[in-house]
Write a protein that binds this ligand. Structure first.
Ligand SMILES: NC(=O)c1ccc[n+]([C@@H]2O[C@H](COP(=O)([O-])OP(=O)(O)OC[C@H]3O[C@@H](n4cnc5c(N)ncnc54)[C@H](OP(=O)(O)O)[C@@H]3O)[C@@H](O)[C@H]2O)c1
Length: 312
């Protein structure tokens, strides 16, 4: 079968013929229809995540396909693409606990785009107790996670303010947010205060770096900032008084330690929202396995604006 393969870190991926996967006890063979591309795949390609995994291996931490009895399923996690062969192959062996059923009304593309971004968005809103009346600031609003987070927050009755670095993406983002600000880290606080002088209850932050300090300053009393990525930089600082004098909380989130079965149930809940017409998935592009290096480059350059999928 054909598979994308990583032979070394920070080196081009190659597409090659490899033996079909060995299916272990408690696993199913999945015939792949789509693999999804996430920033996590970039970190893995560079070796900053999963460096202890064996090489060569097949990348791809999530995807969609069919079981041998024709069931459409999605999967993510369980070490796929990190410590064992992942989703960017014609066939993948997947632990049964990681399989999520895809219902009628949710396409393979939608399901493939929802695994990591959807569950991250859902978990971040749960962790920060977003509900009716919460004012939420979502950073990097055109991103995969943020697009879902804005919609879920709105459904919960929150007021959603979105930040984007890109004026060209305002139209797309406006469909999911009540208000959109085009701002960098230097202008964010001023732009958001114009809209919410009373402060922000919850910040959903994939950026960190220079964005962290203005976000902490923007928090209202009892505010929560959930930090789940570092797209704008791994180093940040803020005055502790900005946090403790407001009884504010800064919370970290990673999906990697979440149990595969819990993740699969969250995926199914998201698929049901798509099938019910209350959640929209923005697919930026579908590329072939042969274009895996282009996909990685587009994520690194922040030139996607939606979800990237890879087809066998
Ligand atoms: N902890 C976890 O479990 C977890 C799960 C999923 C993702 N993540 C992390 O969360 C981040 C977002 O993931 P994603 O899948 O939503 O990524 P994505 O689809 O690539 O979106 C990221 C968005 O952030 C903004 N952005 C990217 N680089 C930027 C920079 N240097 N400065 C300012 N803005 C920048 C862009 O939005 P605008 O164009 O609108 O500005 C971009 O669309 C990544 O760092 C990823 O590794 C973590």
């Amino acid at each position: 079968m054909r598979a994308v393969r990583q032979h070394a870190y920070d080196a081009p991926l190659v597409v090659e013929e490899v033996p079909a996967p060995v299916v272990g006890i408690g696993e199913s063979l999945i015939l792949m229809t789509y693999g999804a591309v996430n920033p996590l795949d970039v970190w893995i390609s560079l070796g900053s995540v999963g460096a202890a995994g064996p090489l060569p291996r097949t990348p791809g931490c999530e995807g969609v396909g069919t079981t041998d009895d024709g069931q459409r399923v999605a999967f993510r996690g369980a070490g796929l693409g990190i410590v064992r062969d992942g989703a960017w192959a014609e066939q993948v062996a997947v632990p049964d606990v990681a399989l999520a059923a895809i219902p009628e009304g949710c396409s393979d593309q939608e399901a493939a785009a929802l695994g990591i971004p959807g569950v991250t968005a859902l978990d971040c809103l749960d962790l920060t107790e977003v509900g009716k009346g919460t004012t939420v600031l979502v950073l990097g609003a055109s991103g995969g996670v943020s697009t879902i987070a804005m919609q879920l927050a709105k459904t919960r009755g929150a007021r959603v303010i979105a930040q984007t670095s890109s004026s060209e993406r305002v139209g797309q983002i406006s469909r999911f947010a009540h208000e959109v600000v085009v701002a960098d880290a230097a202008t964010l606080e001023e732009e958001v205060r114009l809209l919410a002088p009373e402060g922000i209850d919850v910040v959903v932050d994939p950026l960190a770096g220079a964005f962290a300090a203005p976000c902490v300053r923007l928090l209202a009393a009892g505010g929560r900032l959930v930090l789940y990525g570092a797209s704008a930089g791994s180093e940040f600082s803020f005055a502790p008084q900005e946090m403790y004098r407001k009884n504010a909380r800064v919370i970290g989130y990673s999906g990697l330690p979440v149990a595969p079965a819990a993740t699969a149930r969250s995926q199914e809940a998201l698929f049901a929202l798509v099938a019910a017409g209350t959640l929209e998935v923005v697919i930026a592009d579908e590329l072939s396995f042969d274009d895996a290096n282009i996909a990685i480059s587009r994520i690194r350059e922040n030139s996607v604006g939606g979800k990237l999928l890879l087809k066998p």
